[in-house]
Design a binder for this molecule. Structure first.
Ligand SMILES: NC(=O)c1ccc[n+]([C@@H]2O[C@H](COP(=O)([O-])OP(=O)(O)OC[C@H]3O[C@@H](n4cnc5c(N)ncnc54)[C@H](OP(=O)(O)O)[C@@H]3O)[C@@H](O)[C@H]2O)c1
Length: 280
């Protein structure tokens, strides 16, 4: 199905901006958190009814993983109540909702990549609130695409590659080498989503950079691609403790629609690198 009028919520976030850039051939109404707080059901209903879109893409979320351990209620509001509101309002209008979730719904104890039918078992408040959001979307709008993704980054916004590029000036950096995931360049995800929504095959999908790696190998590859000489030392999670537990192994794969895959994560790094140079 072709869509002509789309709403993007959380439009100032890194994924929100990639989605806005992807759908240039459609009319895109981009709402940041000031234009629409997705936690306010009546505002959500009113705003969508005024616009009459034919699809909503929800890139809004409470994404501060460690802060979620402290601000539990805020995390559930942003990650479960907000998506529930969007699901209710889009269902009332009989339009599909695209909602984004995370590899952190898994505990990471499996020894092979996670597909869509593996059982979630989130270990952090962030992961638990995101799973609650998935369930709320499933319950309240059958026309849903739930897209689980991972390790997002973009040339705009706060993310891991931006941080380690900044830290490269120190000449030496220590990076965790016992957590594995699927680095995903936001424009690659946005492109895959544009193909997914045409299918009308509603459900839950894993869309992330193909293959998988550790934060350490990711850093080494990024520095190599950018020609950065800084020394990178592998460390363990125990040597870099954080408030929220991370899944040690959460590489994502898809058996739901193998035709819609993202490029290899290394390709994402190469494109990011070129785009960074272009934006300087
Ligand atoms: N980042 C990752 O590595 C990653 C990994 C897996 C999945 N995901 C998922 O992918 C999606 C996009 O993540 P992202 O990295 O693009 O996040 P992001 O850059 O942190 O952007 C999230 C946006 O949501 C907005 N927002 C927060 N609460 C809101 C509310 N109540 N109403 C409206 N807008 C609200 C924020 O606005 P303010 O800043 O103004 O609050 C922010 O612009 C999320 O669902 C996230 O859980 C992310």
């Amino acid at each position: 199905m072709k869509f002509s009028k789309l709403v993007v919520t959380g439009a100032q976030g890194q994924l929100g901006q990639a989605l806005r850039a992807q759908f240039v051939d459609q009319e895109v109404i981009a709402w940041d958190s000031r234009a629409l707080d997705i936690c306010q059901l009546e505002y959500v209903r009113k705003a969508l009814n005024q616009i009459q879109p034919d699809l909503v893409l929800n890139a809004a979320a409470f994404t501060q993983v460690d802060q979620a351990e402290i601000q539990q209620e805020a995390a559930y509001r942003g990650n479960a109540l907000g998506p529930r509101n969007l699901a209710l309002a889009t269902h009332e209008m009989n339009i599909p909702l695209v909602h984004f979730s995370t590899d952190y719904v898994f505990d990471g104890r499996q020894a092979r990549p996670y597909h869509e039918f593996d059982c979630p078992n989130p270990q952090s408040v962030y992961g638990q609130s995101k799973l609650a959001g998935e369930e709320a979307v499933q319950r309240n709008n059958p026309k849903h695409f739930i897209v689980r993704t991972a390790w997002l980054y973009h040339i705009i916004g706060k993310n891991f590659p931006q941080t380690i590029l900044r830290l490269a000036n120190q000449g030496h950096i220590r990076v965790v080498n016992d957590q594995f995931g699927s680095p995903t360049y936001c424009p690659h995800l946005a492109r895959a989503v544009s193909r997914l929504i045409e299918t009308e095959s509603y459900g839950t999908y894993h869309l992330a950079g193909s293959g998988g790696t550790s934060w350490y190998e990711f850093t080494k590859f990024l520095y190599q691609t950018r020609g950065i000489q800084a020394e990178v030392t592998p460390i363990t999670t125990a040597e870099y403790p954080l408030p929220a537990p991370r899944p040690p192994y959460a590489i994502l794969t898809s058996i739901q629609d193998p035709a819609i895959t993202l490029p290899a994560w290394e390709e994402g790094v190469r494109e990011f690198s070129v785009d960074c140079t272009g934006s300087n």
